[in-house]
Design a protein around this ligand. Structure first.
Ligand code: NDP
Length: 623
């Protein structure tokens, strides 16, 4: 891809860099990622399930061929592909009361996916479904997850409201012994972990948070009994309330317009403004839907993935805010770069293109927001990919309403403290009836990574001990010493903003490997120590070094709240190259995972590799 870029506006890069550095500095906090609190223990009620009543059931002891932990799209796709590969004995397990994962938990007003539904919602052709909107509402996506489970008979054997609490490799049986918080004890030949993408809420560690006597909840556990209304809005019970919302990330952007419409008074507590680009959602054109030829979805998904990965395509099928900024996304996501330019030239070009995009986004704030002071506070001063890009056609205009107040907390590193009756920023107290936390999640952290699901492999070795210098896997899927255990998610594999596509590829790969083992009568799938070591080295050797970029960013979960970059975690050459590599690997003997290798491990040899530290990934204090 050529990346020649002539800026169309005059940009003083030095001044811009200085402004960005200033904005970063005033937000940096010494406690970094540990500023957050897990919604557990005394704060556990923030994670309670408001959607499904708890069902009592007998403990399960029946063994299963494959246990899939996590019933979001990753788990559903893996189970589907396993069934299609001829493996009938598959059990889904999830802490939620139903399938859907992120879309089970997140039902806040205004919820939509901001990746185009035709490429985001999986298995559309298998289910004969075309989404009703270009950017689908959350409920449509959640129902689609249910439809997948029904269509592929995935409710059979499923265990909901159940959390796996221990996995222990049973050497004699060559199976995993599984324990859960519902007293289940059963064996599974294979275990697939696909949990934790965006489900467990995190809370800011605001002093006095427990003193607040008003109503409070997290956006991913929306309390419609309190607010009235639904995900479509109409929060009629808030008419006489003073409501505070904390957080202006992708969730805040979608919920705030509905809160603004309904609340007696809405106070928006902002620390860092999001980029808010054009959304332009629209209903699906029925003529277009009728014209789709078989294979259309995979083609569109592949095209979207390729465009974002900087791979050559004839034309971009999805033309939106994502496909117009692939070179900017490369700052933190994997993909091809223009090798005809030197690193310095590339960096300068990207910086200029970035500045131009950000200028346009800042100008949009001035166009929409009437009060100049408020407009100034809503302007993002950082590089485009420092934060997750946002899109909305209703968010900014919410601040033109009389009943909405923007409270900027940047100079104080966020909210100062909470009292029985409200929120304090600096010396000013704001009395409110309710506080809604739109403060995000422990992103990409499965129980395996957070330590809530201890995994004991061959010889009693703990997985987190094996991963003490960062996850060590072959292709991101499995580790030596932990046979028949598979991981989905962003671990030493390629990533993209259409994460469900990434999960689908991963699901297909895992199902293919298990299916082949099944067909060939192989009981144990485990990468050799050597294959794992080589892959770790490959990931590090090809890593796109994002440290300089991330160090200059405002803090957020992308850069460990300003403490560290995430270099070395994913496979930088990108998802298109990674898929090709896996396809070729699958066409071979798979000896890397079918050949027994009894070396215990090569730990010491990896000490010098700059893999990342797990604790910096979680974005929450462990305590
Ligand atoms: P984020 O982590 O992106 O945002 C959390 C917000 O809370 C930030 O604005 C943060 O400010 C603010 N915050 C945290 N602590 C404090 C504090 N002490 N005082 C004041 N403000 C505070 O969470 P989201 O739920 O918005 O999004 C999480 C992810 O979910 C997204 O990145 C995206 O991947 C996904 N998502 C996707 C959607 C879609 O497709 N439409 C919709 C919603 C979410 P600061 O930035 O300064 O840290």
């Amino acid at each position: 891809m050529t990346n020649t870029h002539e800026p169309t506006v005059e940009i003083d890069l030095d001044a811009l860099r200085a402004r960005y550095a200033h904005e970063r500095d005033r937000r940096l906090r010494p406690d970094g990622a540990t500023q957050y609190r897990r919604a557990a223990g005394a704060f556990g009620y923030y994670a309670d399930d408001p959607y499904t009543e708890r069902q009592e059931r007998a403990a399960v002891t029946t063994p299963i061929e494959v246990l899939v932990i996590g019933a979001g799209f990753g788990g559903l796709l893996t189970a589907t592909r396993l069934r299609q590969a001829g493996i009938r004995s598959v059990r889904l397990m999830d802490e939620a009361g139903d399938v859907g994962g992120t879309w089970y938990w997140n039902r806040y007003p205004g919820i939509h996916c901001d990746i185009e539904s035709y490429v985001y919602m999986p298995l559309l052709e298998e289910l004969g479904y075309v989404p009703a909107w270009r950017y689908a509402p959350g409920e449509e996506i959640r129902r689609h997850a249910v439809a997948i489970a029904e269509r592929f008979d995935l409710y059979r054997d499923a265990l909901f409201q159940t959390r796996a609490t221990a996995l222990t490799w049973d050497e004699d049986l060559a199976q995993w012994s599984v324990e859960t918080d519902r007293g289940d004890r059963f064996h599974a030949r294979h275990v697939v972990v696909s949990s934790g993408t965006l489900t467990h809420p995190k809370l800011p560690g605001i002093p006095g948070i427990e003193d607040f006597r008003g109503h409070t909840f997290h956006t991913s556990r929306w309390d419609y009994d309190y607010t009235g209304g639904s995900a479509d809005g109409g929060l009629t019970r808030l008419g006489d309330k003073r409501v505070a919302v904390v957080g202006t990330g992708a969730t805040g952007l979608q919920a705030i317009p509905h809160l603004a419409e309904a609340a007696g008074h809405l106070l928006v507590f902002q620390r860092t403004p999001s980029t808010v680009d054009v959304r332009d959602n629209r209903p699906t054109d029925p003529e277009w839907a009728a014209s789709l030829e078989p294979g259309w979805q995979q083609e569109r998904m592949d095209n979207f993935l390729a465009v974002l990965a900087g791979e050559p395509v004839d034309h971009s099928l999805v033309d939106d805010g994502w496909t117009r900024t692939p070179h900017l996304q490369r700052q933190i996501l994997s993909g091809a770069v223009d090798e005809s330019l030197s690193l310095e030239q590339r960096r300068l070009q990207d910086e200029l293109a970035d500045a131009e995009t950000m200028e346009r986004i800042r100008a949009r704030v001035d166009e929409i927001v009437h009060d100049p002071e408020t407009a100034e506070l809503l302007k993002p001063w950082y590089r485009y990919m420092c934060k997750r890009p946002g899109f909305s056609d209703t968010y900014l205009s919410s601040f033109n309403r009389e009943n909405v107040t923007l409270v900027d907390t940047a100079d104080h590193g966020g909210i100062t403290r909470m009292t029985e009756t409200g929120i304090v920023v600096g010396d000013t107290e704001y009395e409110v009836d309710a506080v809604i936390f739109a403060t995000g999640f422990e992103a990409g952290v499965s129980g395996v990574l957070s330590g809530t699901l201890p995994v004991s492999g061959r010889g009693g070795r703990q997985l987190l001990q094996h991963w003490q210098y960062g996850p060590r896997t072959l292709h991101g899927f499995y580790s030596h010493g932990f046979p028949n255990l598979f991981h989905l998610g962003a671990l030493q594999n390629a990533n993209s903003v259409n994460f469900v596509h990434i999960l689908q590829d991963q699901a297909e790969h895992i199902a293919a490997v298990i299916g082949r083992a099944h067909a060939e009568g192989i009981d144990v799938i485990e990468p050799t120590a050597e294959a794992e070591e080589l892959w770790c080295r490959e990931v590090v050797a090809t890593a796109n070094d994002t440290r300089a970029f991330q160090a200059e960013c405002t803090p957020g979960y992308y850069n460990g709240e300003g403490t560290r970059a995430i270099t070395g975690m994913t496979y930088s050459p990108g998802p298109v190259v990674f898929r090709r590599l896996l396809r070729e690997w699958r066409a071979g003997s798979m000896a890397d995972v079918f050949a027994r290798d009894d070396r215990t491990d090569l730990d010491g040899e990896l000490d010098d590799l700059d893999l990342y530290d797990i604790s910096e990934r979680t974005g929450v204090a462990r305590t």
